[in-house]
Design a protein. Sequence first.
Length: 385
Amino acid sequence: FSEHLSPVPLDAVYSLKEGFSAVNSESKLILGSGVYRDEELQPWVLPSVKKADEIVARSQGSDRFEYLPIRGYSPFYTAARDLLFGSLGLKENRTVSVHTVAGTGANSLGARFLKETISPSAVWVPDPTWVNHHNIWSLAGVEVKTLSRMRLNPERGDVIVLHACAHNPTGVDPTKEQWRMIASLCESKGLFPFFDCAYLGFASGDPDAEAWAIRYFASRDTLEFAIVQSFSKNMGLYGERVGALHFLAATADVALTIKGHLSRLQRGNISQPTTRGAMIATTILKSPDLYREWLLDLKKVSTRIRNMRKLMYDELIRLKTPGSWEHLRTQIGMFSYTGLTADQVATIRTDSHIYLLESGRINVAGLNIKNAAYMARAMDAAVRK
Ligand code: PMP
């Protein structure tokens, strides 16, 4: 192999974890990966998910390990679709949904399908975006270009990746007015919108409000588009790999054809997705009581994250740290793009043993009442250095 292989750099989030594990310090802190942590900085099983898990365990019979159909668990992907579109009154037969290996699998399946069909000259991704978007679209054989270069000339039929809510990594979403402009741009330039919805409900605890952009695009009735949906974060089902890919097509006939192609690709990729996590998600989405409880869980998550943002912000203000820090408070979702430079990030790591990505992105859920001010003090010291 030696003449065919060159070394591959480790993914930034994973290499951060390695560095963190190697360090020996009481005060060390990691704010790198995108997983929610509770006030004790421990993984949190949402109470609604725990109950649903028990219900699923009780209800499964000897068929529990049977294969699902190729498109997955149909009660799951229809409930997942309804969560996105709400009471919009979509003509059902214009949508097609597939249960996937979480959001990553949905991104991959969608990318591969679009490469085969509309064969875009490029996919336009936000700058910055979730790092795996670059990887996934490159693997599908589509050139990746960043939206900051958009003024360079997208071609008709190019794909545009849009974070439906709680943009990763910046925590900054377009306003409603800006979404309207983006939709008009997609129409006038002939771009194919590809929503990535990995944090629905995470920003405010209100999935309906956070699905606004998706529902708005659908309500215009002029655009065909795709939505990637993940339950990794908003149900904390990370390792269960629960997600879906949806297409809204112009006609029922087109939707039917898409369905055939997605099934063919899914068969070749994974044959069929896994069962258990999807059953847990479905139990929550279909039970009015558990659904209400899930909303409360989401509220708890979003409130804790907002409180940590405020603690960090208040300490920076108290310290009169040079610079403007309002964005730490106003950004939404789990991530904050602090604006720290790579040098400042390195200083914070060396001097305070706090591990964050070189881009300055932090996972706010990695903070708690005890360490949020410590983080702010580390930032203060790095900024003044
Ligand atoms: N899209 C975005 C924007 C994400 O941030 C993530 C998770 N970090 C995903 C998709 C995929 O997550 P998963 O495969 O765990 O559902």
